[in-house]
Design a protein around this ligand. Structure first.
Ligand SMILES: NC(=O)c1ccc[n+]([C@@H]2O[C@H](COP(=O)([O-])OP(=O)(O)OC[C@H]3O[C@@H](n4cnc5c(N)ncnc54)[C@H](OP(=O)(O)O)[C@@H]3O)[C@@H](O)[C@H]2O)c1
Length: 234
């Protein structure tokens, strides 16, 4: 049986990278998929996926967006939210550190506003990231935000039950979040992953498969699923 067939899913941040692959996989499995992102369109239209413009940091727009779509079965938020500050904390522009939390505010907004639209047998997935539990110099802002996302999911699993909520924590994944191109990109991706147990960047569909697992498996809630090529334990 295909579990997602006939389900209605909202994928915030679904126009690129991990969110886009999740949308594609759900649509291929027969779900009705609504993508929300600021640009409000996919680079290429895909069957079964409708794209709309919504900024996860704009609560009024988000309220209208969810109200328009009524009840849903699945809610995924994979939106990056904004800029990520990199560098040592003591030298970091403090506004940059605070700005990195846009990802958390976008996630919190989408649950605060969207959770009441999720059916009682429905499921929610947020995307954290391996720096949440693997500290590296220069990544303190990203680690702190990732930790907050995973803690939020654990706590919210109690408040939202019977609706399930989980986090998926990707390792380094080859997506448009990284702006490098060509040779520079190849060097960046291979250098950043060369000490990982699986020494390559992950692919968005490898993370999307874990998101689908968390959405579909009725016995999984309040946890974080790592899809990181061994980045956590290297
Ligand atoms: N790639 C990695 O190596 C990696 C590693 C660990 C964790 N992650 C996490 O995985 C998630 C997905 O990342 P990705 O690599 O797939 O990034 P991506 O390819 O850059 O996609 C980000 C998506 O978020 C949307 N978005 C950003 N800000 C938004 C906002 N304010 N409102 C609505 N939509 C917004 C973007 O669309 P618009 O620009 O049109 O709004 C886009 O659809 C993020 O939470 C990221 O932190 C990624």
């Amino acid at each position: 049986m295909v579990h997602s067939k006939g389900k209605k899913a909202i994928i915030l941040g679904g126009s690129s990278g991990i969110g886009l692959e999740t949308s594609r996989l759900l649509a291929e499995n027969g779900a009705e998929v609504i993508v929300g992102s600021r640009r409000g369109a996919l680079d290429e239209p895909m069957p079964g996926i409708q794209a709309e413009s919504v900024d996860v940091l704009d609560r009024e727009a988000l309220k209208e967006f969810f109200a328009r779509h009524g009840q849903i079965d699945y809610l995924v938020n994979a939106a990056t939210g904004g800029q990520r500050a990199v560098g040592p904390f003591l030298e970091m522009d403090f506004e940059g550190f605070q700005g990195s939390f846009a990802k958390l505010w976008g996630y919190a907004n989408s649950i605060h506003i969207g959770a009441r639209h999720v059916n009682s047998n429905g499921s929610i997935v947020l995307v954290s990231g391996y720096p949440a539990r693997r500290f590296k110099p220069g990544y303190i802002a990203i680690s702190t935000v990732g930790n907050a996302v995973e803690g939020f999911v654990r706590g919210m699993a109690h408040e939202l039950k019977p609706v399930r909520i989980n986090a998926v924590a990707p390792g380094l994944i080859d997506t448009p979040m990284f702006l490098q191109e060509g040779h520079h990109r190849e060097i960046f991706l291979s250098e950043s992953t060369r000490n990982h147990l699986i020494p390559r960047a992950g692919k968005p569909h490898e993370v999307a498969k874990a998101i689908l697992f968390a959405l579909e498996n009725d016995f999984v809630t309040g946890t974080t699923i790592d899809v990181d090529g061994g980045a956590l334990i290297h």
